[in-house]
Design a protein around this ligand. Structure first.
Ligand SMILES: Cc1ncc(COP(=O)(O)O)c(C=O)c1O
Length: 489
């Protein structure tokens, strides 16, 4: 992929180009310059001046106009430069990005090593790679994914795609084909899978499928209820048995989000998944893990690995952090030719950057109980708990969607680099208000959950330093105080 690392005589003209000292020096100089300039992006700050702020307002108005009713979520337009967790916006203001575009920017903004890779990738002959035309870097990335996945599972093949949703579309087709004519799918309540016609139907959010004809047959089961523990596992298992008995041989797959993303960063113990997956195996239902959000960040590269569930997994989809998305499948689920294809699987830049990131993750000290991800999670939880102990008035009892108090859920939780905290009892309005105040004060976050509502962080743990949480918490505290005051007014 990157011929500059070999010492042998270049075999191809491409290798010759990449081995060229002229190219190397040009990239070094550009990166040095970038490092110098980006070092000034190192703290949250307001717009640089009124002129830029005015132009920014115009830009946002144009963005709203051109998109029609599909408005921007935040008033966000980047300038194109950042520095680790800090990102400069087009008005010269700087935000601390703890949501990273809902996940992809795990290695931060304007990461010099990533930029170095992407500058080389930009010299490739093709901008986008696809099924008919790909370069060796596509297969390098595919090999890396299969190598990582196959250590503890039967996943043996991979198909690259340009979105998480397309990875899921590939997965559902594979499951349908293998189990034809089974036409039903099982999913957890509050799941999210993307926004194609099919995935919008499976995703458990009525607002995301307004006007879409319902052609996909979905049976929902509740996700594990931590308040009720093993009792909830038994109950859900009973419901699964009923479904299987009601529709014998008609379920093609059960879709597992091992940590629910949009659903509220809900996790469950291994035993819960084992119980359900064993039933699936017995009934001949494919076990598909949607790891589009969990991939890379829970404490192992695959969450199924962390939970030691690899033996059950038939199909797995990944995305976000990997830059290029993918559907992995076992030999048993290898689809017939013609089922999966596409003009684009991803850009050359994304393919090479994705390879670099995954390779860095597997070689570095990110995973395991003492890895960087675990340390950041501890620091995050401690910071929120400290705030909650000093300001209990901002963290009332957490209520479920029926208004019942949830006694087991803590103010801060999630798994690894999927971090959530729950101010104002998880009530929708104050949590929403807080999220926008937090943005305004300088930290980018997002919400998750459908009651209780939480604030979620998917921080750039690939580059973030532990001490940078201090500046994040300062802003969080300011935004909480502001929201509490506004709620009283
Ligand atoms: C679990 C899960 N699956 C699928 C998707 C869809 O991915 P994409 O937005 O890349 O299509 C998402 C996106 O948030 C997700 O969280």
């Amino acid at each position: 992929m990157n011929a500059s690392t070999t010492t042998a005589a270049p075999a191809t003209k491409s290798a010759q180009l990449h081995a060229s000292p002229i190219v190397e020096q040009a990239i070094d100089r550009a990166i040095d310059e970038m490092r110098k300039v980006q070092s000034g992006i190192n703290a949250v700050r307001p717009p640089l001046n009124e002129e830029l702020a005015g132009r920014y307002r115009e830009l946002l108005a144009q963005a709203s106009e051109v998109r029609g009713k599909s408005k921007l979520f935040f008033d966000y337009h980047g300038s194109g430069l950042g520095n680790g967790p800090f990102v400069e916006l087009a008005d010269g203001s700087v935000k601390m990005d703890l949501i990273c575009g809902i996940g992809p920017m795990f290695f931060g903004h304007s990461n010099p090593e990533v930029t170095r890779i992407t500058m080389r990738a930009a010299m490739s002959d093709i901008i986008l790679q696809g099924n008919l035309q790909m370069n060796e870097d596509s297969t390098d990335l595919s090999n890396l994914l299969v190598e990582e996945a196959s250590g503890s599972s039967k996943l043996a093949h991979v198909f690259l795609t340009n979105s998480g949703c397309m990875a899921n579309e590939s997965a559902i087709k594979i499951c349908y084909q293998k189990h034809a004519p089974a036409s039903r799918v099982i999913a957890f309540e509050n799941c999210f899978m993307g926004r194609s016609v099919t995935m919008s139907q499976i995703g458990d959010n009525d607002g995301n499928r307004v006007g879409i004809p319902l052609s996909t047959l979905v049976d929902y089961l509740p996700f594990y209820d931590a308040e009720r523990g093993a009792e909830s596992t038994c109950e859900i298992l009973g419901q699964l048995d009923k479904l299987i008995a009601r529709y014998p041989g008609q379920h093609a797959c059960f879709i597992f989000e091992l940590v629910q993303g949009e659903g509220g960063f809900n996790s469950a113990p291994r035993e819960f998944f084992v119980a359900l997956m064993e039933r699936c195996k017995k009934a001949g239902i494919a076990v598909w893990c949607d790891e589009v959000q969990t991939f890379g960040r829970t404490g192992a590269m695959f969450a199924f690995d962390l939970l030691k569930l690899g033996e059950y997994v038939d199909v797995c989809t990944i995305g976000k952090l990997s830059q290029v998305c993918a559907c992995l499948y076992s030999k048993d689920y290898n689809p017939k030719p013609g089922l999966l294809s596409g003009t684009f699987i991803g850009s050359t830049v994304a393919i090479q950057a994705g390879h670099y990131m995954l390779d860095t993750l597997r070689r570095g000290k990110y995973y395991g109980p003492d890895g960087a991800i675990a340390q950041h999670h501890k620091r995050f939880v401690a910071g929120i708990e400290d705030m909650a102990s000093r300001h209990p008035e901002w963290f009332g009892p957490i209520l479920d969607h029926n208004g019942n108090e949830m006694k087991r859920i803590k103010v801060a939780g999630g798994l690894g680099g999927m971090m959530r905290f729950t101010p104002f009892g998880g009530r929708k309005d104050p949590v929403n208000k807080f999220m926008f105040n937090l943005y305004d004060e300088g930290v980018l976050s997002f919400y998750c959950g459908h009651g209780p509502f939480h604030i979620r962080f998917l921080p750039p743990l690939g580059v973030m330093k532990l001490e940078q949480w201090d500046s994040a918490f300062e802003v969080v505290e300011r935004a909480l105080a502001r929201t509490a005051k506004e709620m009283k007014a």
